[in-house]
Design a protein around this ligand. Structure first.
Ligand code: SLL
Length: 280
């Protein structure tokens, strides 16, 4: 593919959050009956997907996704083309876990080469710790293995920059300008303007879009993530704070352990010295 013509927007880095992963559910007569024609040895139904945070559309930067499943599965390489309103997802049934290669193809204007992610299809929940057991209970039989990721576009081509930022124009109340770009980026073409941009004056390709919020409050074509969790939407600032707290608590424990170990070491060194002195 020919690289896009035009200049890159210097000093700008744009990121877009997304989620990929699998959701699996064991067959059982009541809540997940096995459909007719599914082989006897299949124990689970599962789905692998790539999607926007809060289910916002991501097809303006992600053009298609190739899922490479285990070779035991008929037609194991599947390509899903992006279409607004349709998710990048494959649903299957099976009996075993394996690694899925997820190849992301970007829109032509991006000039980006495809990139591959790897995800382990999980059918069996861990349930090792109390926390994991609680997660299992909350998920009500579903085995959820999802990853939050951020796609970074470094110095995007100008046309692509416009595509990325269209529709996520800052409105006085939204704060989208701040959320849109990484710190240090300048509010240049397409991103920083206000009323002028609304006229579509600088935008390419017409079709000016109004900013739209997803159900969870995230602005389309932005880098926002929700403030709080909702069912089925675990990635939020709230989750981030919980994770940060866990890390801080763990750090305190490690430091405590280090202090104790150092004390013991000092004691032992002293004892060794005393013994040596006695022996001499
Ligand atoms: C394992 N290394 O041994 C893995 C392989 C393969 C899973 C797991 C087949 C589904 C189908 C299926 O579930 N394969 O026949 O359509 O655990």
């Amino acid at each position: 593919m020919a690289p896009p013509v035009g200049k890159r927007v210097k000093g700008i880095q744009i990121f877009r959050p997304f989620i990929y992963g699998t959701t699996a559910r064991p067959f059982d007569d009541k809540t997940n009956p096995k459909p007719a024609g599914v082989p006897d040895d299949h124990t689970h139904s599962w789905t692998v997907f790539v999607k926007g945070i809060d289910d916002v559309d991501i097809t303006y930067w992600l053009r298609r996704v190739q899922f490479k499943l285990h070779e035991s599965i008929p037609n194991h390489v599947r390509m899903i083309d992006g279409e607004k309103g349709r998710s990048f997802a494959i649903s299957e049934t099976g009996w075993g876990e394996f690694e899925i290669a997820i190849k992301l193809y970007y829109v032509p204007d991006s000039g980006e080469k495809p990139q591959t992610l790897y995800h382990h299809l999980r059918l069996h929940p861990y349930g090792r710790t109390d926390e994991e057991k609680e997660t299992m209970r909350l998920n009500g039989g579903e085995v959820i293995s999802w990853t939050y990721e951020e796609q970074i576009f470094n110095e995007p081509y100008e046309a692509f920059y416009d595509i990325l930022t269209q529709g996520a124009l800052p409105s006085p109340s939204s704060g989208a300008a701040a959320a849109n770009n990484k710190p240090g980026s300048k509010g240049g073409k397409g991103g920083g303007g206000k009323s002028k941009e609304k006229d579509g004056g600088k935008q390419q390709g017409g079709g000016q879009q109004q900013p739209q919020r997803s159900e969870g409050g995230v602005l389309e074509r932005s880098a926002m993530i929700p403030l709080t969790n909702r069912p089925g939407q675990p990635f939020s600032r709230e989750t981030e704070q919980v994770e940060i707290k866990k890390l801080k608590d763990a750090l305190v424990k490690v430091e405590d352990l280090m202090r104790k170990t150092t004390e013991e070491l000092t004691k032992k060194e002293k004892r060794l010295k005393d013994l040596r002195a006695d022996a001499a």
